[in-house]
Design a protein around this ligand. Structure first.
Ligand code: F0G
Length: 450
């Protein structure tokens, strides 16, 4: 059992229910995931302003880039002034964060934009953005005295948690939908020593089961409903703002699955603005796969959290990372989109596959879920939401090697959607079989050389 003694944390942070007519507060040491009074989502909120001015914080964080302190080598813990931990924290870290912000001229041209930035979260230690949240959630697990950390996952959370649990010497259980997780992600979790529990059903079933189990007190749940995950992921907004010289991009575009990441960007940019580190927030837009788009549907009908959320009972997409029909953080994501005048839209399987191939041609690459962003940006440019010379950042959430089966099928013209409809290999690049010996190789090479 977890040590949930209610000694209070002396830190200037609290867990706060986001429901306007509740707003209950809880100590950081309480191992809870939702409000104990009303079941609402929790935010971690600072109860005092940092001691430093905005420009002091900027120089402090910049100077840490050349420091050899382990915490400063992490792109998350480098921003520890805005994290709910004591300054002398010894985090469970794999030197996550500090990921590249690329310009990408082919992707920009594809979207008919002058330029486009790709923030590649796939460059994290386990190949996805989950690491920035997991370092914080597993550090908190250790503080709470948890023995067993657990999550439900479409694969990346699993891979990430497995790695951080191994670093922290904690037992780790992962609940995944049998047969629906990419082999690469599963392989990571197995290699890092997690116990992988495959169940019938989809991700939403896994999420329901783990939420139920978390009430028994045997495990510490680190899905993004856990507000400590969001704290880690919000630092990506800080890193991005710093990379852009503390200028806010006009648009930030993220894929939407369980909606933790869009929530985290909303929180990060909100805090940057409140701290005076930036002078406005970007428009935050969320892109979903058309077959797994309950949030987009909700947003088209209601622009605020005034109505009940209708889950998608049978989500379908080859972008398996975001094959989610009951996103737990929809209210937080809606807040981020609404307060920044962002959009929520859907893209088809074909649009995802083609955008992914174009990102690859920029020498960058990503997994299918990440490519929803570029596909969405192309649509938003076409409908006038984005204009040609605005600054736009797409967040690539996972590495191209996360799902090579998909990549190989696309390039060999054998990719089919779940309803069996064929996806056209518009930008296919199949291997060329050369069986005629050196002479034929010479001919092919000469042709390639032009
Ligand atoms: N992109 C990738 C590569 C993901 O793995 C996920 C979520 C998302 C986007 C969506 O982010 O859920 O915060 O809206 N993957 C989770 C998992 C669900 O279990 O790995 P979100």
């Amino acid at each position: 059992m977890m040590n949930t003694t209610h000694q209070s944390s002396a830190l200037p942070f609290k867990q706060h229910c986001i429901e306007p007519d509740c707003g209950s507060n809880f100590d950081l040491k309480e191992a809870i995931y939702v409000c104990r009074r009303c079941g609402g989502l929790l935010d971690i909120e600072a109860t005092a302003s940092p001691q430093n001015t905005a420009s002091e914080l900027q120089s402090l964080w910049r100077d840490r880039l050349t420091s050899t302190d382990d915490r400063d080598r992490s792109g998350v813990w480098r921003f520890r002034e805005v994290l709910p931990f004591a300054p002398q924290i010894d985090p469970v870290s794999l030197k996550e964060g500090n990921t590249p912000l690329y310009t990408a001229h082919r992707s920009a041209a594809y979207c008919e934009l002058e330029s486009l930035y790709l923030k590649h979260q796939g460059a994290n230690p386990t190949g996805s953005f989950k690491d920035t949240g997991m370092t914080v959630a597993v550090t908190q697990a250790r503080i709470l005295g948890a023995r067993l950390v657990a999550c439900a996952s479409t694969g990346n959370t699993a891979a990430s948690l497995a790695a951080y649990a191994a670093r922290a010497d904690l037992s780790c259980a992962i609940i995944v939908p049998a047969g629906q997780v990419s082999h690469a992600k599963l392989a990571q979790a197995l290699d890092y020593g997690a116990k992988v529990l495959e169940i019938d059903g989809n991700f939403d079933s896994c999420m329901r089961e783990i939420r139920e189990l978390s009430e028994d007190g045997f495990l510490y749940m680190v899905n993004s409903i856990n507000p400590f995950r969001i704290e880690g992921q919000k630092t990506v907004a800080f890193e991005l703002a710093e990379q852009l010289g503390w200028r806010t991009p006009d648009h930030l575009v993220v894929p939407g699955g369980n909606l933790g990441n869009s929530s985290a960007f909303g929180k990060g940019f909100r805090e940057l603005f409140k701290l005076g580190l930036i002078d406005r927030m970007p428009r935050i837009s969320v892109i979903q796969a058309a077959g797994a788009a309950p949030f987009a549907r909700y947003f088209q009908q209601h622009k605020n959290a005034s109505a009940d959320f209708i889950d998608e009972p049978n989500p379908r997409t080859l972008a398996s990372a975001i094959k989610i029909g009951a996103p737990v953080s929809w209210k937080k994501a809606l807040r981020a989109v609404a307060e920044t005048q962002g959009e929520v839209l859907t893209v088809t399987e074909q649009e995802i596959a083609d955008a992914k191939a174009i990102i690859g041609r920029d020498g960058i690459g990503c997994e299918p879920a990440s490519a929803t962003t570029v596909a969405g940006i192309k649509k938003m440019k076409a409908d006038g939401t984005i204009t040609v010379n605005e600054s736009v950042v797409a967040v690539l959430t996972g590495h191209v090697l996360k799902d090579t089966d998909y990549v190989n099928k696309y390039h060999t013209n054998s990719l089919a959607a779940e309803d069996k409809s064929r996806i056209v290999s518009t930008y296919g690049n199949a291997p060329i079989r050369v069986s005629g010996g050196l002479e034929e190789l010479r001919r092919v090479i000469a042709e390639l050389a032009g």
